[in-house]
Design a protein around this ligand. Structure first.
Ligand SMILES: [Zn+2]
Length: 541
């Protein structure tokens, strides 16, 4: 490209991408792309009468926008619109907060809340309808737990959803019951689907509000691309047409790469892909849950739980059917994303991918295992040889402030502890590692993710030196996983992820130089500006 720039940013410190020279003074932008970069003396040829030149402090870091590789967009918007119960220390306190919130939304048909966690309550016991009914009984209440794999309902909600003594739990789900057999209010995994199907079907205007909410939050944190996982409560939450409409109205200031359910009709998705394939919104991959989560003993393990020796966890789907769908998707060249928290789940998922590759060879699909919270060395090697991406959310390492209260510690045996969030081992083996947040399960603040990956510390500063300190990585590697590698995951490494001439001008300006500061300061980083296609979509006030 040649000619004059529309916009030039100069004097900041640049991080163009891992391994690229940062010895530049400016970056010029035109028509949404990077026109050129260089030393100050080379800048003159880009400056025309219309060029806006912005000078920023040398302390500021100019870098590619973040790619959040694991998000549930509509659910994230829904959570930010309802009540957060994460700070409640007991069942009673949680109910009081729900009641107070319900009073502020008298016209809403449902009362939604999230982030309660009995694990942190004094009694550590799952809650029931009995207590919540004492606080809110006139309207249905639907409250999801911190890891999103349990829902707590009041009796009104149970009634509306038709969940009675006679309701059988669907496969891969559980309906908790009182001794007399009546449902006690909590639903696990696929049983949540029964209630969510009624509680979480939103009209278009509401869903649009939720998506807008998340776009704003993402741009605020310097996120310019994300992978949106639609399957949540047994159905795909996120209407493609709403994204398309937002794009047409110029409101989609994010590149959304969406993943419908792997268990849908793949040919139908492939034909839909033709319709939804713009630079801002496209269908890129398919998602499935292979297992659940540690806290509920539903993550699938290779060895029994350290704190529940009779259990290996339970799968979240029919594993034979999963194998067929993985092979079909692979054969048709579409990438898959597989939720695997336990080492047993990822081991099986890799068996399926291996078999698909043996049958059909490489087809251009870029598959990923999501979460990968613990693993075995053999599977790290298999990821490298099969080209499977490790999609990790470093913030999951410290979902709660105090390290000693971490739910993983009790569930993992010594071997699994050693291989928990083995980020460096993956990288050293040549596996592509991408980072994401899993918002709304944890905040989508990428600086928290970077901080965890670099320090492996909880908010209480423990354990000293970090959890499995040998797995700490450099800030350059962490940034790479949050930018270029994310773009690679969706096949867009040629146009996104670094600040190189010709690439799309998605970049951010930070208030500090992440490459120079103390790791402790990473957490407080502020985004000053976010650009997508060379246009500023967020500026700090
Ligand atoms: Zn998720």
């Amino acid at each position: 490209m040649s000619g004059k720039a529309e916009y030039i940013i100069k004097s900041g410190t640049f991080f163009r991408g891992k391994g690229l020279s940062n010895d530049i003074d400016f970056m010029a932008v035109r028509s949404g792309r990077i026109l050129g970069t260089g030393k100050e003396k080379e800048m003159e040829r880009y400056v025309g009468s219309e060029t806006e030149v912005e000078t920023v402090s040398p302390d500021c870091l100019v870098m590619p926008g973040f790619h959040d590789s694991h998000v549930h967009t509509v659910v994230a918007g829904m959570y930010s619109a309802c009540v957060n119960l994460g700070d409640c220390g007991s069942e009673e306190e949680t109910c009081k907060k729900v009641k107070k919130y319900a009073e502020t939304i008298p016209d809403e048909p449902w009362v939604h809340g999230y982030n309660w966690y009995h694990v942190f309550w004094e009694n550590k016991v799952l809650p029931t309808t009995r207590i919540i009914d004492r606080y809110v009984s006139d309207r249905p209440v639907f409250l999801t737990s911190a890891e999103g794999h349990t829902a707590w309902l009041n009796s009104r909600a149970m009634e509306l959803c038709g969940i009675t003594k006679d309701t059988e739990a669907p496969p891969y789900g559980k309906i908790f019951k009182f001794d007399d057999g009546t449902p006690s209010g909590c639903l696990d995994d696929r049983a949540i689907d029964i209630a969510a199907n009624i509680a979480c079907r939103f009209p278009e205007s509401v869903e649009m509000k939720f998506i807008r909410e998340h776009i704003k939050k993402a741009n605020y944190y310097g996120i310019t691309s994300l992978n949106d996982f639609l399957p949540f409560y047994g159905f795909d939450i996120g209407n493609h047409d709403i994204f398309k409409k937002l794009h047409e109205r110029g409101e989609l200031s994010l590149r959304v790469h969406c993943a419908p359910n792997l268990f849908s009709d793949i040919d139908e998705i492939l034909s839909r892909r033709e319709k939804y394939n713009s630079d801002r919104f496209r269908i890129c991959m398919l998602k499935a849950f292979v297992d659940g989560v540690w806290a509920m003993h539903t993550a699938l393990m290779l060895e029994p739980y350290a704190n529940k020796p009779d259990s290996f966890g339970i799968p979240a789907c029919d594993l034979d059917r999963l194998k067929e769908k993985i092979e079909e998707a692979h054969r048709k060249g579409i990438s898959i994303r597989l939720h695997c928290c336990g080492d047993g789940a990822s081991h099986y998922a890799l068996d399926c991918i291996e078999s698909a590759v043996e049958k059909y060879g490489q087809t251009g699909a870029r598959h990923a295992i999501e979460h990968f919270e613990t693993t075995i060395p053999e599977d790290i090697r298999r990821c490298a040889s099969l080209g499977v991406i490790a999609s990790i959310q470093p913030s999951h390492m410290a979902m709660i402030d105090a390290f000693d209260a971490s739910t993983y510690l009790g569930a993992f045996n010594e071997r699994q502890k050693k291989m928990a969030w083995a980020i460096k081992s993956f990288m050293e083996a040549g596996v592509t590692v991408v980072f994401g947040s899993d918002c709304p399960i944890v905040s989508n603040d990428p600086f928290l993710g970077l901080y965890r990956a670099v320090t492996r510390l909880h908010n209480d500063g423990k354990p000293e030196g970090g959890y499995n300190p040998e797995q700490r990585i450099s800030i350059e590697d962490a940034l790479d996983a949050y930018t270029l590698k994310g773009a690679f995951g969706v096949g867009r490494e040629d146009e996104l992820g670094t600040l190189e001439t010709g690439k799309l001008a998605d970049f951010i300006v930070l208030d500090r130089n992440l490459l120079k500061i103390d790791a402790e300061e990473i957490r407080g980083t502020k985004v000053l500006k976010t650009f997508i296609d060379g246009k500023c979509v967020y500026a700090a006030s």
